[in-house]
Ligand binder design. Structure first.
Ligand SMILES: *[C@@H]1O[C@H](CO)[C@@H](O)[C@H](O)[C@H]1NC(C)=O
Ligand SMILES: *[C@@H]1O[C@H](CO)[C@@H](O)[C@H](O)[C@H]1NC(C)=O
Length: 475
């Protein structure tokens, strides 16, 4: 039995060593209806396989195709290519895809203006606040930023710089130099109400969406223009599952991976689509931008009510109860996944990680600062005094940023009031001395008076005089 368990351990360690680069798993389902399309993306598949992904290619018509097995995800990642027919069929309905995302699955949805997007998918995207043009064959064109080699006439192969730093260092997952070719893209517009949505690549200001099949001389009502149009959009659900809408699946084809392109102004060069495809899938399939909380600790660091005693009393870790006006230390250990393992996390200087001490609403909201690092994480901590209010409180850390998985930690504690023996004694308070003095002087005076009254005899002559008085009265 012992041997067996140690064998299991060795096996587990071995499995851990060869595990996928993605933080969540390596099974990727590619839904591809047309087998002949597969060869067009051979470099893309090779790149994914080189990063340890186990690719399964299935047609949406495959019997028994399911994203779930025994109630668990059958694949952690899903790549949807545009279907040839009207939709993906009964095994990939919008509801199934939403359930999949709710269960934590990551989706890369590739669109193409050549194949019209199924209306079920359009309405699914609409639920996520991403709108596609009504016009199914709409394509994004730009008369100033197109490739003059391959789209001299149609102007529908856009040449763009890679997105600039979306945010400083932590989530710059798509940046870099070089030119991207975005052929025949379906533009999307994003609702501005959802904090979960963010564009990855926006169209240039001179771009617009238009339907080449309409033989109109001028474009009257465009779906959207300029940077309103998003060519690639990202949605990170509340459970941190990722959903990327790629407006032009074609840009992942081998021929665009390092093709020579020539801008309208005459400069020519190679595209960096291959590297960008890697960045895009790294983010979507959770190889980057994944944060993990390793531990949360809080404890009492001093007793402030008894100044006469030694005031540095360190409490146990994570007690269930504190008292009002306790000094409390809170620390949280956060690591960031870097493709193979977790490394210490740091946020840019213009950002903050905050701790809230709340009962219905926060009584404290204080920044946490990095105090030490371990091999896999940074420890952020702070010290504060519990408020003068008893009740059920919670330590809360919420950190949600675009392109990073969210952190939401909540630990509930009770805050009690002072016990009767925890107040300082009256004589310890110097302000009370006049009253204590007054009280005790009255008591001492009274006792003195009683003693005097009881034990002091009146003088002899006085007694004589009283006796005489009473005798004469009787006569
Ligand atoms: C209070 O306790 C700490 C730790 O036990 C000790 O280092 C310190 O010297 C003590 N201070 C006093 C005033 O007794
Ligand atoms: C922690 O860091 C070490 C050394 O960098 C690494 O070998 C290990 O896999 C990391 N652990 C986790 C959980 O990422």
């Amino acid at each position: 039995m012992r041997l067996f368990s140690s064998l299991c351990l060795v096996l587990l360690a071995f499995l851990g060593a060869v595990s996928a680069k993605s933080a969540v798993g390596d099974r990727l389902l590619v839904v591809l209806e047309d087998e002949s399309q597969k060869a067009l993306y051979s470099k893309f598949w090779t790149d994914l396989e080189a990063r340890d992904f186990k690719l399964s290619f299935e047609s949406p018509r495959t019997e028994g195709l399911s994203l779930f097995r025994h109630g668990q995800l059958a694949y952690e990642h899903l790549l949807l290519t545009p279907p040839k027919s009207k939709g993906y069929g009964p095994s990939l309905t919008p509801k199934v895809i939403l359930d999949y995302v709710n269960a934590g699955g990551n989706v890369l949805l590739g669109l193409s203006s050549q194949a019209s997007t199924p209306s079920a998918i359009s309405s699914l995207l609409l639920e996520l606040d991403i709108s596609l043009p009504q016009d199914k064959s709409s394509v994004v064109v730009d008369h100033f930023n197109h490739d003059t080699t391959s789209a001299a006439e149609k102007h529908d192969v856009l040449l763009l710089n890679r997105p600039e730093q979306l945010r400083s260092d932590v989530s710059n997952f798509f940046g870099g130099d070089g030119t991207l070719a975005v052929p025949r893209a379906v533009g999307q517009t994003l609702g501005n109400a959802s904090p979960l949505l963010a564009p990855i690549l926006k169209a240039p200001v001179t771009a617009y969406a238009y339907n080449p099949k309409e033989e109109a001389e001028t474009v009257e009502e465009t779906f959207a223009t300029g940077s309103q149009l998003s060519l690639i959009s990202a949605l990170q659900a509340r459970n941190s599952a990722r959903f990327t809408v790629l407006g032009s699946l074609e840009m992942l084809q081998d021929k665009w991976f390092d093709s020579s392109v020539k801008t309208a102004s005459g400069t020519s060069g190679k595209t960096v689509n291959q590297e960008f495809a890697k960045q895009l899938t790294e983010w979507t399939f959770k190889e980057v931008g994944v944060l993990k909380v390793f531990s949360v600790q809080h404890r009492q660091v001093s007793v402030t009510s008894k100044p006469s005693e030694n005031t540095t009393q360190i409490g146990e870790y994570n007690p269930e109860i504190y008292r009002i006006k306790n000094d409390v230390e809170y620390s949280i250990e956060i690591g960031q996944y870097d493709g193979t393992h977790y490394v210490p996390f740091s946020f840019p200087s213009n950002d903050a990680l905050q701790l809230e001490f709340t009962m219905l609403s926060p009584f404290h909201r204080i920044p946490l600062s990095p105090t030490s690092t371990t091999a896999n994480s940074t420890i952020f901590s702070t010290t504060f005094t519990t408020p003068d209010q008893h009740g059920i409180f919670a330590f809360k850390v919420t950190y949600k940023r675009p392109f990073l998985t969210g952190i939401e930690e909540k630990h509930q504690v009770t805050v009690r009031h002072f016990a009767h023996d925890e107040w300082p004694r009256s004589w310890a308070i110097s302000g009370a001395w006049p009253w204590i003095g007054g009280l005790w002087s009255v008591i001492a005076g009274f006792v003195l008076f009683v003693l005097l009254w009881l034990y002091c005899e009146p003088p002899k002559e006085e007694l004589e005089r009283r006796r005489k008085l009473s005798v004469s009265n009787v006569k």
